[in-house]
Write a protein that binds this ligand. Structure first.
Ligand code: ADE
Ligand code: ZN
Length: 386
């Protein structure tokens, strides 16, 4: 799929050790002058982008939540202030994040709610010059509340169809297993999706906790999904217990096609070598809460990038983090990393390279990116590096 230079294992191990020693001291990767001015922001805003790691349920704005709670007669999150306060007061960590995430996703009940959420997400993607997106959705989170799979999926699919036509963004859907639920429930989800499987590009995983719910728990579900034609992705939030071990499982047992998050891979040089050998792409997501001084994981992303790993930037749950949608995330990451325009272009190129589309379609997106970057003074050789 992706054309990359293959490095020898010993070269990579030596290089990774060197990168670990020097990366915090070094800034950008080439001679281009670092530009953190309005010019850089405009460059990042106008850049055609791909977004590969975005949970529909994390894209509900406070306004949308309140609109939905009011029309559904729900007795919480009835004002924008209440939603904002709940967001600000979330407990730290993944489980604290999920507590709020579940509460806000549960306002969605009708086909119309799912339609509206999807349509307004795609409108936001368009405002961010995202031209291609993979969007995760969590059927079990909704069917377990008594919502019919067909109502949920019908709303999402119709919202996608109408917004794609209106805004010219291409959107594919990735159905996620909620990892803390049962294997039987995941199989049931595959059954429910069977008749619409051609409208769903991939099977992924999310929710938590990850510890106690490793990829191998879903080995048989993933195997059936593969047979049914889905691409597969593993979801490995950063700094959860046994992350590295789970990434190995996703690679070696599940044989996934892409990894969501997975940035702890940098902690295991052998794993970095294996990712490079497989040309495996990681969808990084350097989110920032209002209490964080800077986006998380900038150093890890820089190290993986320096090691030649295909890592991209993605907004994950844009309405639940201060980083927001992709343009703002790119700006915050650039400011924290001092990456040049060429470096930022490479991270976006990585996302286009990781899309599950035929090469001819990927190449068309990449040609547009190249045209944009070169027109803005970027030396393409500094983008690709390899
Ligand atoms: N659901 C939405 N975002 C998630 C994340 N980052 N990890 C696990 N589950 C999620
Ligand atoms: Zn995620």
């Amino acid at each position: 799929m992706r054309s990359t230079v293959r490095y020898s294992k010993s070269f990579l191990l030596t290089a990774i050790a060197a990168i670990s020693l020097t990366v915090s001291a070094c800034s950008a990767k080439n001679d281009e002058t670092v530009d953190t001015t309005d010019d850089m922001r405009a460059f990042l805003a106008g850049m055609p982008k791909a977004e590969l790691h975005l949970h529909l349920e994390g894209t509900l704005s406070a306004e949308t939540i309140v609109e939905i709670t009011n029309r559904n007669g729900i007795d919480y999150f009835t004002t924008i202030a209440e939603v904002e306060q709940a967001l600000a007061n979330r407990p730290p960590g993944l489980m604290g994040f999920l507590e709020h995430h579940f509460k806000s996703q549960n306002v969605m009940q009708t086909r119309q709610d799912f339609y509206d959420a999807t349509y307004s997400l795609i409108e936001k993607l368009h405002e961010n010059n995202v031209v291609y997106a993979d969007v995760f959705f969590d059927p079990q989170a909704h069917t377990s509340r008594g919502i019919a799979f067909n109502d949920m999926f019908g709303g999402i699919d119709a919202g996608r169809r109408d917004a794609e036509a209106k805004f010219g963004v291409t959107v594919n859907l990735i159905m996620c297993i909620n990892r803390e639920r049962s294997v039987e429930s995941a199989f049931e989800m595959l059954d429910q999706a069977y008749s619409v499987r051609e409208k769903i590009i991939g099977l992924g995983m999310d929710s938590g906790p990850e510890y106690g719910n490793p990829p191998v728990k879903y080995e048989d579900v993933y195997a059936r999904a593969r047979e049914e034609g889905y691409f597969l992705t593993g979801h490995h939030d950063v700094d959860v217990r046994d992350s590295v071990k789970h990434i190995w499982q996703s690679l070696e047992i599940i044989d996934i096609d892409r990894i969501d998050h997975g940035l702890n891979a940098i902690d295991d040089p052998e794993l970095v070598v294996e990712l490079a050998r497989r040309s495996m792409c990681l969808t990084g997501s350097p989110v920032k809460r209002s209490t964080d001084p800077a986006p998380q994981d900038v150093d890890r992303i820089r190290k993986l990038d320096s090691a030649g790993i295909c890592v991209s930037l993605n907004s994950d749950d844009p309405e639940e983090f201060e980083t927001g949608y992709l343009t703002n995330m790119l700006i915050l990451f650039q400011e924290a990393s001092d990456y040049t325009k060429a470096d930022m272009t490479r991270l976006v190129l990585n996302a286009f390279n990781a899309i599950w589309l035929p090469d001819s379609e990927k190449d068309a997106y990449i040609a547009e990116l190249k045209k944009y970057a070169v027109a803005n003074g970027v030396e393409w050789n500094n983008v690709t590096l390899n």
